[in-house]
Write a protein that binds this ligand. Sequence first.
Ligand code: FAD
Length: 349
Amino acid sequence: MLGLRSVAVRRALSRSYASAAAPHALVFLEHTRGVIEPSSLSALSAAQKLGGQVTGLVVGAPGDVEKAVGQAKKLPGLTSVWHASSSQYANIVPEVVSPLLGKLLSDAHPSFTHVVSAHSASARSILPRVAAQLDAPAISDITSLEHNAEANSTTFERPIYAGNAVATVRAPASVPLKFFTVRPTAFTAAAPDEGYEAAVQAVDPVEVTDSPAQHVQYNLTKSDRPDLATASRVVSGGRALKNAETFAATMYPLADVLGAAVGASRAAVDAGYADNSLQVGQTGKVVAPELYMAVGISGAIQHLAGMKDSKLIVAINKDPDAPIFQVADAGLVADLYQAVPELIEKLKK
Ligand code: FAD
């Protein structure tokens, strides 16, 4: 068990923070053009487990914010929704959003006890910045949490070493403000209730004129296929797929017949068989679908880190000793070029 009483936190303690406050979480709700990300809904579920009040924070451009707030206020897990609207938040740049979060926490302190977000590319850059400014601990990519109301301490679990070990981290009562990011696949997404209405409050944006980073452009990969991160079925191809043409000709018909999203190993991505956005693993996406099918993937630990929590793992590999079979619920030792077309034909029937 790792304690979090850092020197920085001890400095924070010298201020007059309340040490036995009831939990009050601030959840950073990310959205894409006003549609709240499913990963943020999972972060909200994690925040609810603290057992106290939960305030949502929506930041974005005018128009998008109203749309996202309309969705957020229907989430029964939220006591209230705060929103900051400004064109400078049209695209989330951590250097531009962090001062707003820092100001809200400074102004509202000591009301908030936890700051929560999904472990997304943006939020995992924003939360630690603000935590450092406030001399508070930031715990990343948690997969479970337990709040002990009596002791006023929160205990988190987070995978380390590419998922080969789990660290248990406790933030005791003497740490008044705790930041944590949430692995979305570990928590069910919070569901809306049309009859519910959280209190809504506008907060002033903090103008940032000297940001060292600026948004340049989005390069969006458009696809009609299920989203890899949230799909209930995923079929992933590895190095054995040989090239981009064979990858597409083998994996997409299989995905179509299963209604699955397509993923890839890093070897397949690095070799240019599949787009970078399809990579599953330690340095790619973490998925936990109902069905994960690994085709021509050896099962390196870095790949397993991104899919081993899938409910049913099926592997097709011609090597009976491939490590993927150690985590597979069902394995087929076969040449994928024979097995996959056969499987597709059978599934069509
Ligand atoms: P290989 O290991 O080459 O396996 C190919 C498999 O295909 C073999 O098991 C072989 O038996 C099988 N095969 C070959 N031909 C056939 C056939 N005809 N029919 C059936 N089976 C066949 N990897 C990731 O995937 N995701 C990550 O996020 C990731 N992050 C990394 C981060 C770091 C810091 C490092 C160091 C590595 C990372 N890797 C990651 C790379 C990882 O270590 C492996 O190199 C990679 O996962 C291997 O990909 P693969 O299984 O497709 O290829």
